[in-house]
Design a protein around this ligand. Sequence first.
Ligand code: HAM
Length: 443
Amino acid sequence: MSRRKKQSNKEPRHSRRKITSIQAVKGMRDVFPPEWLVWNHILDAGEKLCRDFGFGKIETPILEHTELFKRGVGQATDIVEKEMFSFETQGGDKVSLRPEGTAGIARAYIENGMSKWPQPIKLYYEGPMFRYEKPQAGRYREHHQFGFEVFGDKCPAIDAQVIYLAWKLFQKIGVKDISIQINSIGCEECRNNYKKQLVNYYEMKINKLCVDCKKRLARNPMRLLDCKEDKCIQVSSSAPQTIDYLCEDCHNHFKNVLEFLDELELPYVLNSNLVRGLDYYTRTVFEIWSSGEEFESRQSSFGGGGRYDDLVRYLGGEDTPAVGFSFGIERVAEKILKDGFSPETKAAKKVFLVQLGDLARKKVLKLFDKLIDSNISVGESVGRGSVKSQLKMANKLNSKLALIIGQKEAIDGTVIIRDMESGMQEIVVMEEIVAEVKKRLRK
Ligand code: HAM
């Protein structure tokens, strides 16, 4: 006979072992219903405004060839150098989770022959982005962006329109105390000249720079301008400024953008140190910051964008001017909550259904269906037994009316309608309840 102990077949063997629980990947988080109320408010405002401005929605894959970001965002940027989630597929393709949306949309523009469609092409999008950054408040390894891009128009009025749309969207969402920081970094030609001057300047101050900036100087000197180390900020305060090196076309373009912004009465701040962390930008660059706050880290930026007239060509397409903007949904959600946005009022259920007993429960399920078909926002708690606890919930949801069905009402085919503010109750026959609710909600 075998000496091995016979295993009971009542319980699977693994269930008795202590199993360690699995947690979300560092820097990634779950988003629960209360937070989604805020997110929906942001996304609804974004989608409505973009459609009003003639934008259509685009969705691109979360996974793209790594080469797209190397060529698009830039090999020497922090994002590509240190922050991408990259891996090789089983078929040997080198792919990355997208760290941002613009490069993928430019790829889609080329791949789908959009240059043959009537220009400009105006697209908006939302979704997750992935950056292997040090997680902290407002900075995650998975974050979400809402953004919009315009392809095929080089007119400065379009830069102004994109900035105006970003500004208006933040007003609609209810983001308070913000400023538009704006600069022009010129075209490739004026930038080459500028970079030489910048390298000369920083080389003379090399001993005053942080270790990272010393390394960056040869590869990407413009990144030194937005280093957050105190000593580098000090050196950068007297560095040459991009606007002094703009060629005539870039200078005129920027001047026109600012004139349009003046016409639209947008409160912008000229910021000569604003260069953005992605290599595809040309000419206009801008960010939306919390106004009055010192710009201490990239975290204080709610959104950013600018013109990227060379990106489509860099990715193998035709010469196509483009400009766009995106913002971080987490940062904007945190900001409006801090400013007092109350998602409860948004979630108010105008009518709450209260039931007592199994028969009443069945009637309530049917009535729920009728009410939502009539576009009335309705709450229920069919799992609960006590009328008191259900009325408490109706109160919490700010319901104006409670519709109560007990055993007697279920048999009689009636409903008790209760005004939650006055506590007054009345009996109404089931056939007339929807009309009666609509009448009372109109008051
Ligand atoms: P970006 O400035 O890198 O620009 O990102 C846009 C926004 O996404 C930031 O302002 C910030 O609110 C949010 N964000 C970025 N990284 C994180 C993070 N790790 N955690 C939380 N939020 C974050 C772009 O991505 C460009 N594609 C914008 C653009 C569109 N330019 C032209 N069109």
